[in-house]
Design a protein. Structure first.
Length: 341
């Protein structure tokens, strides 16, 4: 199947907004209204028309693609934060204790307080949400899917009020995550129907996309929130308008190679950007002070771009290491087979 560059565009926008939100930018409150819903929306969108796997294969695949990277990023967090940071700042090696292990297993506030890499909560929750979403897709008909989506949307606010803050597995995000996955799935379904009629959302005027972005902006600025603390049901409408608007204008960036590249490196940026901020800020501060730049917006944007660049570079190194490890494993297996023969 041909890769859809619009999805890479959406991912690149989403991950830029994630880094922007964690950088302390003045725009953080707005990007929080849609950046995580966007990733769940993409998951649902990509699931449509895919052949279903038996549960054993599906779970193994999700462990490989989600939980193993989660564990790897947690290990990096411990090395960077608990060891390197502690040595440079405190002058001693910090021990990995029970709270750090709780962060690995349960996520929640332990992950935030003891790993310095809270953004990887997304991977932990994505694993759980993917299992629930797959169950709904496999075993319920269209009408039941609509009813379940509506029920989950209605249940989101009371569920989050019952489990505020950062509970284990960040479980208070689960209903909203499944809702946005279903939105993405249904959106792809609508596109499929329109394609058969030779009328497609993909061919909509960019003006429509901009209009949806403006509506999303207006709704979101009136009903601020984030996916773990939704205070109004308008949140779903605002986020969806923004996401669909971005999808439509994505045709303008279809061949924008930088954004396509960043979109492909989203996983690495998600898992590493919080660890890279310290270095990125110091580098930017050093350069801007020496060339006389004091504008905070310019400095903040530079930190974000440098952060993403460093993460992509580390991602490339990790890909090479992964390929070498797999190649060594294959060569060892061949040697073993030769000996048996």
């Amino acid at each position: 199947m041909e890769r859809d560059n619009r999805i890479d565009f959406l991912k690149s926008i989403g991950i830029f907004c994630v880094v922007l939100g964690h950088s302390g930018s003045a725009f953080a409150a707005y990007v929080y209204t849609f950046h995580m819903p966007l990733f769940f929306f993409i998951t649902g969108y990509l699931r449509y028309n895919k052949e279903g796997q038996v549960w054993k294969e599906y779970i193994f695949n999700k462990i490989k693609k989600i939980l193993i990277p989660y564990f790897a990023f947690w290990i990096m967090s411990m090395v960077v934060y608990n060891e390197m940071y502690s040595i440079f700042v405190n002058g001693y090696i910090d021990k990995i204790g029970i709270n750090q292990i709780k962060g690995l297993i349960f996520g929640g506030h332990w992950l935030a307080d003891y790993s310095n890499n809270f953004p990887i909560w997304y991977l932990q929750l994505l694993f759980l949400a993917s299992l629930m979403f797959e169950f709904i897709i496999k075993y319920f008909n269209t009408m039941f899917k609509i009813c379940i989506t509506f029920a989950f949307a209605v249940a989101t606010i009371p569920f989050q009020e019952m489990l505020p803050g950062r509970p284990i597995f960040h479980i208070n995000v689960l209903p909203a995550a499944v809702v946005f996955m279903m939105f993405g799935y249904c959106f792809h379904y609508i596109i499929d129907i329109e394609n058969s009629k030779k009328i497609s959302i993909k061919s909509c005027s960019g003006t429509v996309g901009i209009l949806l972005l403006m509506i999303g902006w207006q709704i979101s600025t009136l009903h601020y929130g984030n996916i773990s603390s939704i205070e109004s049901y308008f949140y779903f409408g605002g986020a969806t308008c923004t996401i669909v608007g971005l999808f439509i204008i994505g045709k303008w960036f279809d061949n924008f190679k930088i954004m396509n590249y960043v979109g492909k490196k989203t996983l690495y940026i998600m898992g590493l950007h919080n660890l890279v901020f310290f270095a990125a800020r110091n580098i930017v501060n050093y350069i801007t002070e020496n060339i006389g730049i004091s504008n905070d917006i310019v400095k903040n944007f530079s930190v974000i771009v440098l952060n993403i660049t460093i993460c992509c570079g580390i991602g490339e190194v990790l890909v090479v290491l992964k390929e070498k490890i797999l190649a060594n494993d294959l060569s060892l297996s061949y040697k073993t087979e030769d000996k048996r023969i």
